[in-house]
Design a protein. Structure first.
Length: 137
């Protein structure tokens, strides 16, 4: 039993050291051009904060007719990157409830104005962001 525990500890230590040597961290996804962070010191912010985002979604998110007819409700998750200049890129649906709700959520995310970019160590950085959008009748 001691050998198994010791082997596990050694394996974790080696894995940890190799992750440190490559410079990868759990909060960073590397890309070819720039790293894309998941967690940063100052997270990106929609203009007007959470209330501004809520108002934007109320004004722009339309319930798809097919979803209304089928009484489809639930939460759609959309992932996107807030770029260093605050623009939105790489928007994609992570979880969809169907009947056009995912496509509508993606349309609205792509139509968002520039965000206040995320910052790490005083510099603007790319940040991966996931937004849940509720569809309720």
């Amino acid at each position: 039993m001691k050998k198994i525990v010791l082997s596990l500890v050694m394996l974790l230590a080696v894995a940890s050291l190799s992750a440190q040597n490559t410079g990868s961290k759990s909060s960073v996804k590397e890309s070819v051009d720039e790293p894309t962070f998941v967690v940063v010191e100052q997270m990106p912010e929609f203009p007007g904060g959470n209330e501004g985002l809520r108002n934007f979604l109320i004004e722009n998110l339309h319930y798809p007719e097919k979803a209304k007819a089928n009484k489809t409700t639930g939460r759609v998750f959309v992932s996107f990157v807030v770029e260093k200049d605050g623009s939105i890129s790489n928007a994609k649906i992570l979880r969809d409830i169907g009947d056009g709700c995912g496509e509508e959520a993606l349309r609205v995310v792509k139509a968002m104005p520039r965000w206040k970019p995320g910052m790490q160590r005083g510099k603007n950085v790319r940040v991966q962001y996931t937004l849940p959008l509720n569809f309720q009748l």
